[in-house]
Design a protein around this ligand. Structure first.
Ligand code: NAD
Length: 328
C-alpha cells in the first residue's frame, strides 16, 4: 500500500514516516522542507522524497497512491498570524486542493490531522459533537478545511478528521514552541520553567509517537468505522492546567520547581473528551507528560538535541525565511 505524507519533514512527519516504513508501507514524503530534509531516512525502494508545495504540485504525483496523511501546514497560532493570507492559502486552500485532487485521482482515503485548537475557549469538557470556537487564523483555517473536506467523502473516498491535542516528545525536527518541550528546554537553559500566563488554562496533550499511531489506526480501520468521522486524538487523563503541568514536568525530571511567567494571558482553554477514539479505534497512548518530559530532558542532556537550534521555534524560523525572501 502506498501512502503519501505531506509535511513529512516536520515534527510529526519525521516520526510518522519511519513508523509507516516499519509497518511495511511504501511512502511518498512530500514537503517544502522548510526545516530541512535530512531528518528523514535516505530514499530507497520503499521511500520516495519529493520537494513540492501542496498548493502547486502536479496531480500525477497522486497516481497509484492509496491514502494521504496531510500534515503540511503553517503549524501553530503565532505562525498563522504572521501572514494570515498565506495561512489561509496553505492551511485551508492547500489542504482542500490536496483532498480534491486525491478524490479526482482515485486515492481511496484522506486523513486530515487537524487540531483540538478548533475548540478555542470552553467552560465544559468538549467532545466531537460540541460547538467549536476557533479563536485564531490557524484554528479557523483548520475548521474550514475540516468542514469543506468532509463534503468530499463518499463510498469511494474515505475522509477521516483527527483533532490532535498539543503534541510533545522528541522528534528529529524538534519543536520547542510546544508547551511540554518548551518547559523542559527552558529549565535546561535557564534553570526556570517558562509558563504561559496565567497558568490556569486547560490544554490536552498527546505524545508525537502516540498521535502518529492514531494516524496509522485511522489508515487501517475499516471505512465504515471512520468515514466522515471526527476523532479527538489524546486521552482523558492528559488534560492539564498549564501551571500544574509545569509542576509535573519538574517532578518527573527531578528538578526544583523554579518557574518564570511569559506572554499575555492565554485566552484559549479547553478540556477534551477522548472517549470516541478509544472506543471506536481502541486507541490507548503509551506515553504521558512525565515520560515525554524525561525523554526530552535526556535528549538535551546527551546533546542529541540542540536547545539553541533556531529551527526549533517555528514562528521565529518562518520569520527568518520570510526575511530571507524564501517563498513561503
Ligand atoms: N504539533 C502539534 O502540537 C500539533 C497539534 C495539532 C495539530 N497539528 C497539526 O499537525 C500538522 C503537522 O504539525 P507539525 O507539528 O509536524 O508541524 P511542522 O511545522 O513541524 O511540520 C509541517 C511541515 O509542513 C511543511 N509545509 C509547510 N507548508 C507547506 C507547503 N505549502 N507545501 C508543502 N509542505 C509544507 C513544512 O516544511 C513542515 O515540514 C500540522 O497541520 C499542524 O497544524 C500539530
Amino acid at each position: 500500500m502506498r501512502i503519501l505524507v505531506t509535511g513529512a519533514g516536520g515534527y510529526i512527519g519525521s516520526i510518522l514516516v519511519p513508523m509507516l516504513l516499519e509497518e511495511g508501507y511504501e511512502v511518498i514524503a512530500l514537503d517544502r522542507f522548510f526545516f530541512g530534509r535530512e531528518k528523514l531516512p535516505q530514499e530507497n525502494s520503499q521511500l520516495k522524497i519529493l520537494e513540492e508545495d501542496i498548493r502547486f504540485f502536479e496531480k500525477d504525483i497522486l497516481e497509484d497512491v492509496d491514502a494521504i496523511i496531510d500534515l503540511a501546514a503553517l503549524s501553530n497560532d503565532p505562525t498563522g498570524e504572521l501572514d494570515p493570507v498565506k495561512t489561509w492559502s496553505i492551511n485551508y486552500l492547500g489542504r482542500f486542493r490536496v483532498a480534491t485532487l486525491a478524490k479526482l485521482m482515485g486515492v481511496k482515503r484522506y486523513i486530515f490531522p487537524s487540531s483540538c485548537s478548533v475548540y478555542g475557549f470552553q467552560d465544559e469538557i468538549v467532545d466531537e459533537t460540541s460547538d467549536t470556537n476557533p479563536l485564531t487564523t490557524y484554528a479557523k483555517a483548520n475548521l474550514k478545511a475540516e468542514k469543506d473536506i468532509l463534503t468530499l467523502a463518499d463510498n469511494n473516498f474515505t475522509v477521516v478528521i483527527l483533532r490532535q491535542a498539543t503534541v510533545y516528545g522528541f522528534s528529529p525536527r524538534m519543536r520547542f514552541d510546544l508547551a511540554i518541550n518548551g518547559m523542559v528546554k527552558g529549565f535546561f537553559k535557564n534553570g526556570k520553567i517558562p509558563i504561559l500566563r496565567d497558568g490556569t488554562q486547560w490544554r490536552p496533550f498527546v505524545h508525537v509517537k502516540d498521535t502518529s499511531k492514531a494516524m496509522i489506526l485511522a489508515l487501517e480501520a475499516p471505512s465504515e468505522k471512520v468515514n466522515k468521522e471526527i476523532f479527538n486524538v489524546g486521552s482523558d487523563d492528559q488534560n492539564y492546567q498549564i501551571f500544574d503541568l509545569a509542576k509535573r514536568v519538574a517532578e518527573a525530571i527531578g528538578i526544583p520547581f523554579e518557574y518564570e511567567w511569559y506572554g499575555l494571558p492565554d485566552h484559549r482553554s479547553y478540556r477534551v473528551s477522548f472517549k470516541k477514539i478509544k472506543k471506536v479505534l481502541g486507541f490507548e497512548p503509551e506515553y504521558n507528560a512525565e515520560k515525554g518530559a524525561v525523554e526530552v530532558w535526556e535528549a538535551l542532556k546527551s546533546g542529541k538535541l540542540d536547545p539553541d537550534d533556531p529551527k526549533t521555534i517555528t514562528v521565529e524560523w518562518y520569520k527568518y525565511l520570510l526575511k530571507e525572501g524564501v517563498m513561503v
